[in-house]
Design a protein around this ligand. Structure first.
Ligand code: B1M
Length: 234
């Protein structure tokens, strides 16, 4: 750490500078600094969602670009991810507090071969914040894990996440298996992850592709409303 950074007192920075510093600290994987800065912004009255999007997600986007361009490597990105998770952990209960009573249940997991979980965790947090009960089955899920969770948890929604172009086709394997077993229509299937798009979602037979966590919440709410109407009418 440089002398400059030793001298830096986060609580003395203006909001804009603090957010900028958080982007730098996330980039450098400085977990404790991220935790401290999140708490400072909360004390200053920032909404948890604003901290999440403007400080944490925006900072991770910079990390992602430099990872893509070969400027950052896996160990550095892991440190950044760790710092991001620490910040998210502080915000999680606060986001959940703003939620309404349970509006539905969702099982969510990252597909087989894929260990990326930050986006999935963010979706889980936002869904919980919106009043959904979320059962997170983690990363690297084969079709059997999804089936088991659907069987035991009986959710309304199945959410799948994939961050790699090599793992996203596995979502189709899961959906095809649900079709084969005759249970596809028992669930709303939502998919997301950076390499996906609308067409892909349609092509694999998902109910919707969700660009980000906010879209996932809105889509889930709309789908639940449609489901309830169907049940009421039918
Ligand atoms: Co990975 N990685 N990574 N990585 N990694 C990407 C995805 C990559 C795009 C980087 C790059 O080259 N630019 C690239 C994929 C390229 C491709 O497939 N075309 C890549 C690669 C290549 C790899 C490895 C193969 C690297 C290697 O080993 N050589 C390896 C693969 C490991 C594996 O999975 N088998 C690998 C490893 C890792 C780390 C372990 C170092 C770390 C993951 C740590 C962790 O998750 N615990 C990591 C990270 C952090 C990234 C980047 C930098 C950031 C991902 C992230 O967390 N974004 C990523 C670059 C990027 O995406 N820009 C990259 C922030 C997060 C909030 O966004 O996940 O998109 P995101 O989630 C969003 C939406 O997509 C959506 O909502 C979320 C919130 O708004 N969403 C959903 C996501 N899931 C959803 C599910 C839903 C709904 C919405 O269900 C309803």
């Amino acid at each position: 750490m440089s002398d400059d950074q030793d001298d830096l007192v986060l609580s003395e920075l203006e909001d804009d500078d603090l957010v900028q510093q958080m982007h730098d600290d996330l980039y450098d994987g400085l977990k404790e600094e991220i935790e401290e800065a999140v708490n400072i912004l909360l004390e200053r009255g920032w909404e948890p969602y604003r901290i999440l999007t403007e400080a944490l997600v925006a900072g991770m986007t910079i990390v992602g670009k430099d990872f893509r361009d070969g400027i950052l490597f896996v160990p550095e990105v892991l440190l950044a991810a760790n710092a991001m998770k620490a910040g998210m952990a502080i915000l999680k209960p606060l986001l959940a507090e703003t939620g309404a009573p349970t509006v539905g249940r969702m099982v969510i997991g990252t597909v087989k071969g894929d260990i990326h979980d930050i986006g999935k965790n963010l979706v889980s947090m936002m869904m919980e914040g919106a009043g959904f009960e979320v059962i997170d089955i983690g990363i690297n899920n084969p079709v059997e894990s999804y089936l088991e969770a659907l069987e035991t948890e009986k959710p309304d929604i199945l959410g799948m996440s994939a961050l790699l172009t090599t793992t996203m086709p596995y979502m189709k394997t899961v959906i095809d298996t649900l079709v084969q077993k005759g249970i596809r229509d028992d669930y709303v299937v939502l998919v997301g992850g950076a390499p996906l798009n609308e067409e892909f979602g349609k092509a694999i037979g998902a109910d919707a592709y969700c660009r980000d966590a906010a879209v996932a919440v809105e889509t889930a709410k709309a789908m639940m409303a449609r489901r309830h109407n169907r049940v009421a009418v039918g």
